[in-house]
Ligand binder design. Structure first.
Ligand SMILES: C[S@@+](CC[C@H](N)C(=O)[O-])C[C@H]1O[C@@H](n2cnc3c(N)ncnc32)[C@H](O)[C@@H]1O
Length: 353
């Protein structure tokens, strides 16, 4: 042990206090999303630094505690969400590039719903039970806390399903823009199935960019596709990917395999294999873990997401390395595998039959 009072000992104690108090960060982020602070500051692109008082007058129309809002903004500034401008004793806040991800764009999308989706009451009830995933991995903390697995629970709560679809759109649309710039695997595809396609945003964007794709099938749970909007050339099909998957020349899947165990992934991939013709492709976009751990934003976002999956979806669902995905694909019969790194969070994994 380092000597009492030494710099190392002091820094270590600060580090553990920071970690122990860290719940303040996502919960304050949740608060600024609920209060719509990012849109209030952005105001069509002006991003003029505003005091907490000025922000309050734009987001709460009767009263509100500016001092408490300032405490939240100040703390989030230290995490790079806002920039703090101090002049003559007054603190004002503008959005950093990180903060700008919370601004609602012209399509009504932002990363805000993703923040809210992660902090709904049912999910929050699961978090104190993370250790239970170690003690007994047969049932995930979400199930222990709420009495049933996440997707079954969402299906009975229309507002949770709606928020899930909005959260997915907010994150998926920017990724899809990057993917469609850097990946050309949709050439020659005429009928494309999106498994777990949620509201159909990914298909809409693929079809807009690739007119050769004549028909898109957006396949998701019946209660999810029931609410999906009409999209030209897209048919919404409700079903269960564990039973069967509609046929297509290629199957697209984004952020689906991650939430399931190895055995469940094999079942989904086997059903994809059966629905593809010889030479057909399964194109899966998933968060892919690096082999080595480090403290970069990328590695942390991926490792934190891994614990989220363990807590909410499946105690043995997980973020995987490229090699683990490759082994799963080989085990169900896909002979060929390629990966494309077009985004920092998702990797495009292409398995050809
Ligand atoms: C993490 S979301 C990803 C949504 C979308 N692909 C995206 O990235 O924006 C996973 C999706 O899988 C769907 N899903 C879950 N279980 C399913 C099942 N058994 N059959 C079909 N879809 C399912 C969910 O409803 C949800 O839309």
């Amino acid at each position: 042990m380092e000597k009492e009072g030494s710099e190392t000992r002091n820094q270590s104690r600060l580090a553990i206090l920071e970690l122990a108090n860290m719940i303040s960060v996502p919960m304050s982020l949740n608060a600024v999303v609920r209060l719509n602070v990012a849109d209030a500051i952005w105001q069509g692109g002006s991003n003029t630094p505003l005091s907490a008082d000025q922000i309050i007058s734009r987001v709460i129309h009767s009263g509100g505690d500016a001092d408490n809002l300032q405490r939240i903004l100040r703390m989030l500034s230290s995490y790079g969400v806002f920039e703090e401008h101090v002049s003559e004793g007054e603190r004002k806040y503008s959005l950093t590039d990180v903060g700008k991800t919370l601004v609602t764009d012209e399509d009504g999308l932002s990363y805000g719903p993703y923040v809210l989706q992660h902090h709904q009451d049912a999910l929050m009830r699961a978090w104190p039970l993370v250790h239970e995933a170690v003690v007994d991995p047969n049932k995930e903390p979400f199930d222990k806390a709420n009495g049933e697995p996440a997707y079954g629970y969402y299906s009975k709560q229309p507002e949770m399903n709606e928020l899930m679809v909005k959260a997915m759109s907010g994150v998926s649309v920017p990724f899809m823009r990057a993917m469609l710039e850097g990946y050309d695997g949709f050439q020659g595809v005429e009928r494309l199935v999106d498994v777990g396609g949620s509201g159909g945003d990914c298909l809409r964007m693929i079809l807009q960019k690739h007119p050769n794709v004549k028909e898109g099938i957006n396949f998701d749970l019946p209660e999810v596709v029931a609410k999906a909007p009409q999209i030209p050339r897209v048919t919404h099909v409700g079903g269960d990917m564990f039973k069967s998957i509609p046929q297509g020349d290629a199957i697209f899947m984004k952020w689906v395999l991650t939430t399931w165990t190895d055995e469940e992934c094999k079942q989904i991939m086997q059903n994809c294999y059966k629905s593809l013709p010889e030479g057909g492709k399964l194109i899966a976009c998933e968060p892919v873990l690096p082999e080595h751990s480090d403290d970069s934003h990328r590695t942390r976002a991926l490792l934190e997401g891994d614990i989220f999956v363990m807590t909410i979806y499946r105690a043995k669902g997980k973020h995987r390395t490229e090699e683990q995905f490759k082994q799963l694909a080989i085990s169900v019969g896909f002979p060929s595998f390629r990966s494309f790194h077009v985004d920092h969070f998702y990797t495009v994994l292409e398995f050809q039959k």
